[in-house]
Structure formats: C-alpha cells, structure tokens
Ligand binder design. Sequence first.
Ligand SMILES: NC(=O)c1ccc[n+]([C@@H]2O[C@H](COP(=O)([O-])OP(=O)(O)OC[C@H]3O[C@@H](n4cnc5c(N)ncnc54)[C@H](O)[C@@H]3O)[C@@H](O)[C@H]2O)c1
Length: 271
Amino acid sequence: MMARIAAEAGLHYEEEAQPMDPSGKVAVITGGASGIGLATAKLLAANGARVVIGDLQDELGRAAAAEIETAGGQAHFVRTDVLIRDDLQRLLDTAVERFGRVDIVHNNAGVNEGGDFLAPDADAWERTLAIDLEAVIRLTQLAVQQFRKQGGGGVIINTASMGGIIPISTSPIYATSKAGVIHLSRSLGHLASEGIRVNAICPSYTDTPMVRAAGEQVMEMMKQEVGGILTPEQIAEGVLELVRDDSRAGAVMRVTIRNGLDYAFERRAGR
Ligand SMILES: NC(=O)c1ccc[n+]([C@@H]2O[C@H](COP(=O)([O-])OP(=O)(O)OC[C@H]3O[C@@H](n4cnc5c(N)ncnc54)[C@H](O)[C@@H]3O)[C@@H](O)[C@H]2O)c1
C-alpha cells in the first residue's frame, strides 16, 4: 500500500518486511534437550511451530518432545551427535519426513570444555571447536541446501555468545569458536537475496546446566560481573524475535541483563 502510494508520488519506498509467523513452520533445534535449546523448542512450539529436537541426550530429548506434545504442541526427538555429518543430515531428513519441510534451524548445541589453554588438554579444546564452530558451519550448509531444494526462504539462528564479542581469558577456544559463529552468520547475510536469513544470537551468562556445572561460586562471580544471570526463556524470546523479524539477515543480537535484547551488528536484509 505504502509502496504504491510512494510510487505514484515518484518516490522510492523501501517496503517494511512482513514478520514471519512461526505458526505451522518446522523448526529444527540442536541442543534442544536442555537449557536454551529446550526453552526455544517450547517457545516455538507454543507459537505453533512443529519442532524437531536433535541432541546427544536421549532421555532428556525424548522427555522434552513429550512435554511439548502434552502441552498441545507437535515435537519429535532425533538422537543427534552434531559432530557426525550423517547425523545432521538425518536430523533434517527426519524433519522433512515427519513434517514435510524445514523452515527454521537453530544451531544451538554447544559445550565449553576448553580447559586451561596454557596447559592444554588437546582433545578438550578440539571438541569445543568442533561442536561450537565446525558443526555450526556444517549444519548451516546442509540447511541452506535444504532451503534451496524447497525453493528458497528459511531462517537460521546460530547461538554464539557474548564471549564471541568480548574476549574470555579463561576460555579462549570457546570465545574463538563463538567469534567464528558470529562472523560466519554476518558473512552469510547476503543469502537474504534468496529469502534465506542467517543471524546469530549472543547470550550473556544464562542459568542452564552448562553454567551450573561450573559451580555455585562461578555463578556468583558471573552475577557480580554483569549484574545478574539471564533465564533460558529470555534467550528463547530473542530467538523468536529473530525468527519473526524478516528484515534481519547477517545480524547479531545480544541478550544482556543491562540492555535486554539489542544488536551488536544491526544488518538488515538488502542493506
Ligand atoms: N549458558 C550460558 O551462559 C551461555 C551463554 C552464551 C552462550 N551459550 C550457548 O548456548 C548454547 C546452549 O547452551 P546451554 O547453556 O543451554 O547449555 P546446556 O548444556 O543446557 O545445553 C547444551 C545442549 O547441547 C547438547 N550437546 C552438546 N554436545 C552435543 C553434540 N555433540 N551433539 C548434540 N548435542 C550436543 C547437550 O546435550 C545439551 O543438551 C551453547 O551453544 C552455549 O555455548 C550459553
């Protein structure tokens, strides 16, 4: 309407993008058995999306899918090790078999096993890099291929971290992996020309099993450092916003106690 009025007046008008409605969409979420991924799976399902959870944790994954179904949603669990390419392909294929397509991919599985960098346990840091960055790259590639097969469209939200923006002296490999996730997502902003949006979300400290595993003392330190700790549900709200906001591509959302949801890099589709 505005575009027509502007055209009649001889003006260029950049049409506001329409929000993507998650209702009826098919969402694939890695690391969806716990923490941020679980909260996202529940929130997307509550907003009408059909969700496929991929995770290493069988019992928790099945329980998550059952809980969503009991609440009236549609969900399915696929045991997935994001380190195995065939598992990632099977995760997408199962979503297609079960629900017909894939519209949303939340690349979220992650670990922080870096250990002491200066007395390194090689296996630990390599695993962190492989899960937190390489697997994100791989599933992003596979998801884009799937979106193209479907004729374009689709959104990928990669879980990075504030640690990908601000250096973490105690977890340099984790921080490096997350910085890679941010740069990958920004570098794929151009896929918006095919209607495919790749964005990253950077949570600050969030109360999940990953953080709890570090112990009470570390959690207290985190709270002191940034003024509190976020809930997984707050991060899920950010993911939902990135699903809905059709104008964002190659953007990097931050979620912090201080500023709530805002953007470290604001890129919008077509700009
Ligand atoms: N909690 C925080 O403070 C925080 C802050 C910033 C970013 N993040 C990121 O958020 C994401 C989710 O973490 P969380 O805090 O919810 O932790 P979490 O431990 O509750 O969830 C991570 C999930 O990933 C799964 N996972 C790990 N390795 C896997 C593999 N190889 N294959 C499949 N699944 C695997 C785990 O089983 C688990 O269910 C991670 O990428 C993490 O780095 C967390």
